[in-house]
Design a protein around this ligand. Structure first.
Ligand SMILES: Cc1cc2nc3c(=O)[nH]c(=O)nc-3n(C[C@H](O)[C@H](O)[C@H](O)COP(=O)(O)OP(=O)(O)OC[C@H]3O[C@@H](n4cnc5c(N)ncnc54)[C@H](O)[C@@H]3O)c2cc1C
Length: 492
């Protein structure tokens, strides 16, 4: 008898990506035998944990990097912002359907209405924000978008931004009430609970240490991180949802599609306060502009968060340079992924991004008082005694080999799939958990091509706008947003 236990689907990693894919697959085909493996003592302890990410339901409502200014002062192009928003609508719809199906618990356990704002200072930035608002206010998916330069109005939206501020400064803000704060850890845990209830083995303290292709799929070796004992599994399809360690596993699998990729680690930390008076006076996610030299994902923001029913404020992230690919990873993560195929991409990215690397090293060395200055730019009256520094999740940004064999540093995600579709993995971190549904649908399309058409009616029930560009269909956009808002108990 073979030592390999057979499963249809093996999910490597207990984050939101594996959880979403597993729940979709189990719903679409309840007969699938699915197994999930997580190296840590519980699921949702890395990037998907609520304190390791910012919990922003990224819909491009407030993040300027999805709609950079035009070069000539004309109206900026909203295409990327609309695309991100469309992707978030897929998540909203799936989560709403999962609430109705009791796959997810009550919406208050994982999502809350939190207005999304952008706040800028200085004439040039005010002008850009105004032009951005002019464009977005006309888009159906951004309905209710407001712009203001008034101290009184902005104080009514977010008083902490204005208290103690010099009134001679030119400022502007945008606000949209339909923004959200999401506890991605709760979503992850609830989806894994659903999978466990449906018979899926969700094995923690279980690290996948090797993957080998066989005729019927893949042979996996799984090491118990407590006892060191090994288990062996044969899977027809493998999803590598291992976050920053996905590249390492895809390289172990030896698929040619993973060749040429590298990763660029960016560490992070947040300032957090749970002081009730502060929490009560700020109910928004306020994004601003990245400082010069900063990577786009380290744009500072002052966020209200609700985790386990308790409110907090989070400020950051402060980016830094720690060479790990996971928070609980190793400083050897980067050197151990160097191969002949990616050494040139790694070197060219390092050379092209010396100023970014210097910036990250300098940020890491910044004193607490210097870090606090960035918070005071948002909240002039902030007091150090009210805030503590917490370590955020680790990001591993994608380095991709270009046509010339050099590397480019990307700030999005990259799905790497073998030619036969039997293994797929996810590299990169942005826009992240918010677009997990869009990303997992892409994996379903590629890796379950034969079933995808058959599943279409079921998927349409879960996600009514599937295949439709909502922003081009204002009536449908309005209806979908209203329906999901009702089920998820959201505003707007
Ligand atoms: C500072 C920061 C802020 C962010 N803010 C936001 C935000 O506001 N909004 C948003 O949408 N997204 C945000 N993100 C991105 C988002 O958190 C991630 O995109 C998302 O959580 C990734 O989920 P995942 O399942 O791919 O990975 P993870 O949640 O990291 O899970 C991967 C899991 O795989 C496990 N694993 C690794 N190797 C193995 C192995 N060999 N065997 C078994 N298990 C293994 C790990 O232990 C881990 O639990 C942020 C990320 C960071 C770091």
């Amino acid at each position: 008898m073979s030592k390999y236990e057979k499963v249809d689907v093996a999910l490597i990693g207990g984050g939101i990506m594996s959880a979403t894919l597993g729940a979709l697959l189990k719903h679409l085909n309840p007969k699938f035998k699915i197994a999930a493996y997580e190296r840590l003592e519980s699921v949702a302890l890395e990037s998907s944990n609520p304190w390791n990410n910012a919990g922003t339901g990224h819909a491009a409502l407030c993040e300027l990097n999805y709609m950079p200014d035009s070069k000539d002062g004309s109206l900026p192009n909203p295409a990327k912002a609309i695309e991100i928003n469309e992707q978030f609508q897929l998540s909203r719809q799936l989560w709403a359907s999962f609430v109705k199906l009791r796959i997810l618990g009550s919406p208050e356990t994982f999502i809350h209405s939190t207005p999304h704002m952008t706040f800028v200072r200085g004439a040039k930035n005010v002008d850009y924000l105004r032009r951005r608002a002019t464009v977005l206010a006309k888009q159906p998916l951004f309905s209710g978008f407001e712009f203001s330069t008034s101290y009184t109005k902005i104080a009514a939206w977010a008083p902490l931004l204005i208290e103690g501020r010099d009134r001679n400064e030119q400022i502007a803000a945008t606000r949209i009430a339909s923004g959200t704060d999401v506890d991605f850890g709760a979503v992850t845990n609830q989806l894994f609970d659903f999978l466990a209830k449906k018979g899926t083995v969700v094995q923690v303290n279980s690290e996948v240490v090797s993957l080998r292709r066989v005729n019927e799929g893949w042979h996996l070796t799984i090491r118990d991180t407590k006892t060191g004992t090994k288990r062996y599994v044969q899977a027809g399809f493998v999803f590598v949802g291992a976050g920053g360690w996905a590249l390492k596993l895809l390289q172990k699998a030896g698929i040619p599609e993973a060749k040429g990729f590298g990763l660029f680690p960016v560490s992070g930390s947040f300032l957090r306060t749970d002081k009730p008076e502060l929490v009560a006076s700020h109910r928004a996610k306020v994004y601003s502009q990245a400082s010069v030299g900063a990577p786009p994902m380290s744009v500072p923001h002052l966020d209200s968060r609700i985790v386990d029913g308790n409110g907090s404020l989070l400020f950051g992230p402060y980016a830094g340079a720690i060479p790990k690919f996971l928070k609980q990873g190793s400083v050897l993560d980067l050197p151990l992924t160097i191969r002949l195929s990616n050494i040139r991409p790694y070197l060219s990215v390092a050379l092209k991004n010396i100023s970014l690397i210097k910036y990250l090293v300098k940020e890491l060395a910044k004193s607490k008082s210097k870090q606090f200055e960035s918070l005071r730019e948002f909240m002039p009256n902030a007091e150090p005694a009210d805030w503590k520094l917490i370590t955020a999740g680790q990001r591993a940004q994608v380095i991709k080999r270009d046509a010339k064999g050099n590397g480019t540093l990307q700030f999005g995600t990259e799905v790497v799939t073998s030619a036969d579709g039997s293994i797929a993995g996810l590299l990169g971190a942005s826009p992240g958990a918010s677009t997990s549904v869009h990303i997992m649908l892409e994996i379903l399309k590629k890796s379950f091509e034969a079933d995808f058409d058959k599943w279409s009616p079921q998927l349409k029930k879960l996600i009514p706008s599937l295949g439709i560009e909502l922003n081009r269909d204002p009536k449908m956009a309005k209806k979908i947003m209203a329906d999901t808002a009702k089920t998820l108990k959201l505003k707007g």
